[in-house]
Design a protein around this ligand. Structure first.
Ligand SMILES: NC(=O)c1ccc[n+]([C@@H]2O[C@H](COP(=O)([O-])OP(=O)(O)OC[C@H]3O[C@@H](n4cnc5c(N)ncnc54)[C@H](OP(=O)(O)O)[C@@H]3O)[C@@H](O)[C@H]2O)c1
Length: 279
């Protein structure tokens, strides 16, 4: 049995669906199973990462955990319960921001994910880390602006990312979760091409049949505005990560193909799959 944590948001949901399609036995953790909307056959159980007793019930009979954590959540209670329950392996959806071997991680996003990775290693469970950096779903942030105009206003037109389709993340995760030989390995997953934000908006327009324009904003006021409703160190880490990629093509690899046997989906395919979100 594979237990997926974070099963009702982007990456966990897609992974549960990919696993269910393979016929694997899948359980999904949710605080509100009645709203989960996951495929028939998936065992959706009520559980909360802050409630150890609920985790004990959810872990009964589980061999492997797919761990997708809301940012900032401490995984140690879950990992301790998992060891007690006889779970063998944890696969953690981590971040490409983590710098291996660094004395200090460069920002809070890297530090958080490096901390979870350390906790997974220290738990004694077999572990695998799937690291990604800029998922294509982050560009859903353009959708709100495109409701009433053809202009995306944001900082860093030249910030480059190898944006990855969440279904490729899910297919790669499913391959790792159902396959052998991944213990103690770190898989960096990327999309198939490095694209600047301006290029992403151009492709968005091409697929949607609209002439879209990227208008670059100064970053300072946008950081300030976003920090009013999101954690300021998190916002700064995100913006610093993007700033660091301006003028530097993003790393592209074939890990998705190596794991799934199929090349990673393009950004154009992602837009086509999300047409309704930009309607
Ligand atoms: N976006 C990026 O740029 C990026 C890049 C690299 C890595 N990642 C990784 O992806 C993660 C985000 O994934 P996401 O967007 O799919 O999820 P998310 O929106 O951050 O988290 C929501 C999920 O967490 C579950 N959850 C929240 N609090 C919980 C609790 N107390 N107990 C149990 N479950 C709880 C929710 O389940 P219920 O509501 O059903 O309980 C839901 O499935 C990040 O934290 C990061 O680790 C993201």
């Amino acid at each position: 049995m594979i237990l997926t944590v974070g099963a009702t948001a982007h990456f966990g949901r897609e992974t549960v669906e990919a696993l269910a399609a393979t016929g694997a036995k899948v359980r999904a953790l949710s605080r509100t199973p009645e709203n989960a909307g996951l495929p028939a056959g998936v065992d959706v159980v009520r559980g909360d990462l802050t409630d150890a007793a609920s985790l004990r019930r959810a872990l009964d009979g589980v061999a492997t955990i797919f761990l997708v954590l809301p940012y900032g959540m401490d995984p140690r209670a879950l990992l301790a319960e998992a060891v007690d329950a006889g779970v063998g392996r944890v696969v953690f959806l981590s971040s490409g921001a983590v710098v291996d071997g660094a004395d200090a991680q460069p920002d809070v996003i890297a530090a958080y994910h490096a901390g979870v990775e350390r906790a997974a290693v220290a738990s004694g469970l077999e572990w695998t880390f799937l690291r990604l950096l800029f998922p294509a779903v982050n560009t859903l942030s353009f959708a709100m602006q495109l409701k009433d105009s053809d202009v995306v206003r944001a900082p860093y037109a030249g910030a480059a990312a190898s944006v990855i389709h969440e279904r490729d993340v899910a297919d790669a995760a499913a391959a790792v979760l159902t396959g052998d030989g991944h213990s103690g390995r770190i898989h960096d997953v990327t999309g198939p091409a490095s694209l600047t934000q301006a290029e992403q908006v151009r492709i968005l327009g091409e697929v949607l049949g609209r002439l879209l324009v990227f208008e670059e904003l100064d970053d300072a006021p946008v950081r300030e505005q976003m920090s009013r409703f999101l954690d300021a160190p998190f916002v700064n880490a995100l913006f610093d990560l993007m700033a660091a990629t301006v003028g530097r093509p993003a790393q592209v690899n074939d890990t998705v193909e190596q794991l799934t046997g199929r090349p990673a989906r393009t950004y154009a395919e992602w837009v086509a799959d999300h047409r309704a979100d930009f309607a």
